[in-house]
Design a protein around this ligand. Structure first.
Ligand code: BTN
Length: 285
């Protein structure tokens, strides 16, 4: 199914390797569920959450056969190359704050990638980019109980040592890996440790309700604001300029009639850099 590639160095993801020297307080400090191949780590984490496993339960797989992305897309998950993980979370926030969890995870993932010497950017709501190409993504899923969040599954996928030929041909000009960007292999274990440390920090802010700090960090990494965007909504398509991200994770897009739209969920395509002012609208015909 996947080409066999000599990666030049061993990089086995095991519970022992990840926990050795891990300096988090709680995340990753309980037994880590490390799998060789699963359909998707989000399903494994969902099963563990339903069994009553606590917040912070971590599932990692070397490969996924049915890796999932947002909007029913698939996430290409070849063995030995990427980081595919899911975390069980039990947030106590109001359900309408849930979308901010995706932004929180995006900031943490970007911060971990920065520590490997790269310059990532974020694209609303869940993409991690390097030089405009997708290197990672976040998939958050929540299960509700009487309008409260019962539990959430945070899934993160990062193309770490993926070779160009491992991406489907149709993706090759849109996707990259840390290795392709850096020009040398990256340790998945070290990256995962960094990610756990960063996510523990930012999830602490999320749990305290400090969405302002999260959005501030997100905005510093953002590649969407100030740009002309096309938003695919369930029933329609919106063209406008991305103006801001609200503390609850909502994207504000102003259309050419100067109307402001609050986008809670949707697919955003960057069109071109645009000024934020509406009087010099990029839509003027
Ligand atoms: C996206 O960009 O649309 C989100 C991609 C999320 C992929 C990760 S890999 C680990 C977890 N398991 C999955 O099946 N998906 C997420």
């Amino acid at each position: 199914m996947y080409p066999s590639i000599d990666r030049g160095f061993p990089d086995k993801l095991s519970s022992g390797a990840v926990q050795k020297g891990l300096t988090t307080e709680w995340l990753g400090q309980q037994p880590i569920f490390c799998f060789g191949v699963v359909e998707t780590t989000n399903i494994e984490a969902n099963r563990l959450a339903r069994e009553g496993r606590p917040e912070g339960t971590l599932v990692v797989a070397d490969a996924q056969t049915k890796g999932r992305g947002r909007l029913r897309r698939s996430w290409v998950s070849p063995p030995g190359t990427g980081l595919y993980l899911s975390v069980v979370l039990r947030p106590t926030c109001a359900p309408d704050r849930f979308p901010a969890l995706t932004l929180t995870a995006g900031v943490a993932t970007a911060a971990a990638i920065q520590q490997m010497g790269l310059v990532p950017q974020l694209k609303w709501p869940n993409d991690i980019l390097i030089s405009g190409k997708k290197v990672g993504g976040i998939l958050t899923e929540a299960v509700f109980d009487k309008k409260q969040i019962d539990f959430a599954i945070l899934g993160i996928g990062i193309n770490v040592n993926t070779a160009a030929e491992e991406f489907p041909v149709s993706f090759r000009n849109q996707a990259t890996s840390l290795r392709l960007s850096l020009g040398k292999p990256v340790s998945r274990v070290a990256l995962l440790q960094n990610l756990l440390i960063k996510f523990e920090h930012y999830y602490g802010l999320f749990s305290e309700g400090d969405f302002g700090s999260i959005i501030h960090s997100w905005s510093e990494l953002d590649s969407t604001l100030g740009r002309e965007v096309e938003v695919s909504l369930p029933e329609s398509r919106l063209l406008g300029v991305a103006e801001a991200v609200e503390p609850d994770g909502t994207l504000l897009v102003r259309d050419k009639t100067n109307r402001l739209h609050r986008i809670v969920a949707g697919d955003v395509v960057h069109c071109r850099t645009a000024p934020l002012t509406v009087d010099r609208s990029p839509f003027t015909e």
